[in-house]
Design a protein. Sequence first.
Length: 152
Amino acid sequence: MATERTYIMVKPDGVERGLVGEIIKRFENKGYQLLALQMIKPTKELLEEHYTDLKEKPFFPGLIKYMSAGPVVGMVWIGKDIVKVGRRLLGETNPLASNPGTIRGDFGIDVGRNLCHGSDSPDNAEREISLWFPNGVVQWDPTENNMTQKDL
Ligand code: GDP
Ligand code: MG
């Protein structure tokens, strides 16, 4: 079980519907650790690079239009097996095929409005993290400063 990083993104429909906090909460509740967070309106060029593996798909132009329609919230999370488990938290690509209890299963209907993104392999996660956070991200240990001690 490897400690990995993954790139999780709330898509424009998730931002518009006010699901940013809900999605963050599910990763926090699970026990994973947040390393980076940004809200940006991505360019088409950035999105085309992000989804480069899909550029031959018939839905690619629509996907780029959807993803560039509004701001997204991109995050880097770290933890044990987080690439696979993170995608389990998101649900299936098609929200209608996603189990209740997953983000897409609880909040989505259409594959073209499926609310969130999660990297599909550790290698792709690192590629996406470099693409979306070219200046790097922090490294920290949540226990290092003992911020919850009561005798302050
Ligand atoms: P993911 O890894 O579960 O996000 O799925 P993919 O990497 O296969 O596809 C990337 C994104 O493209 C998905 O999250 C959807 O937003 C969109 N997408 C995938 N398949 C379809 C499709 O058949 N139709 C449409 N309209 N969008 C799709
Ligand atoms: Mg994918």
